[in-house]
Ligand binder design. Structure first.
Ligand code: PEP
Ligand code: MN
Length: 262
């Protein structure tokens, strides 16, 4: 099945790739607004924050849910940045759209589940919003493409993929193995599909953000989605991999972006 695609049309600086930045989770109004204002001051156009958080084990912070959505709206009103959040159920889609979230993404645990993907796709029928689909947690290109096809069949043409690495028992260096050959093959199969790289969930550590961003640029990725928090060590989720807006800006300023693709 061919995908029917239209350009994502997301804002990006001339010299920089598409960048979506923001904390792993929307924790408090203050944390959201402080981080967003710092990112906006650095020229960032798109803000990410998880409102619903799928956690590997029970007992962790699972997101503020609907309570956090007015904070995202406030980010848009006060900074002009577009907002993005993860949706995993039709109810999430309905609420995110109700509060004016501009970009939806599907997480790696959801894209691994065809029933969940189909339910999401059904809830997106007749809706025009950009949707980014993360790779499934397992290294299965067909499952990733199937998830993209389901969303596309629902009529979403502004579609993109996010490479966030693949889960493995071996976590010596990377939290999730990059296995770059998989997004490269995705690009070969569907050349017009934009692909963003998520160095935060691949690396799982702050010091790997810069090299992973550069690797993604060297491979011709279209953009980056990076976790950034006003006070990373205090983050309620994924503390080790978040960087301050200042550090993120520095990392981005050093990136060498080439013209050629893959
Ligand atoms: C996230 O973006 O914070 C997240 C939960 O990502 P993933 O689905 O890639 O694990
Ligand atoms: Mn995270």
């Amino acid at each position: 099945m061919e995908l029917e695609l239209e350009p994502l049309n997301l804002p990006s600086d001339q010299e920089r790739p598409i960048v979506i930045a923001g904390p792993c989770s929307a924790e408090t109004e203050e944390q959201v607004m402080t981080t967003a204002k710092q990112l906006a001051a650095k020229g960032c156009h798109m803000f990410r924050a998880g409102v619903w958080k799928p956690r590997t084990k029970p007992g962790g912070f699972e997101g503020n849910g609907e309570t956090a959505l007015p904070w995202m709206k406030q980010v848009k009103e006060e900074t002009g940045m577009l907002t993005a959040t993860e949706v995993a159920t039709p109810e999430h889609v309905e609420l995110a759209l109700k509060y004016g979230i501009d970009v939806l993404w599907v997480g790696a645990r959801t894209s691994a589940n065809p029933f969940a993907m189909q339910a999401l796709a059904d809830s997106l029928q007749g809706v025009d919003v950009p949707v980014l689909v993360k790779n499934p947690v397992n290294p299965d290109l067909e499952l990733w493409i199937g998830a993209l096809q389901r969303i596309n069949q629902a009529g979403i043409k502004r579609l993109g993929a996010i490479h966030r690495g693949f889960s493995s028992f071996d976590k010596k260096i990377y939290r999730n193995l990059p296995m770059w050959q998989i997004p490269i093959e995705l690009h070969r199969r569907i050349p017009q599909l934009p692909i963003l790289c998520d160095p935060s969930h691949i690396g799982g550590r702050r010091d790997l953000i810069a090299p992973l961003c550069q690797q993604a640029m060297d491979l011709g990725f279209d953009g980056l989605i990076v976790e950034s928090h006003c006070s990373p060590d205090d983050a309620w989720s994924d503390a080790k991999q978040q960087v301050t807006p200042d550090i993120l800006d520095y990392i981005l300023s050093l990136l060498v972006v080439r013209d050629e693709h893959y």
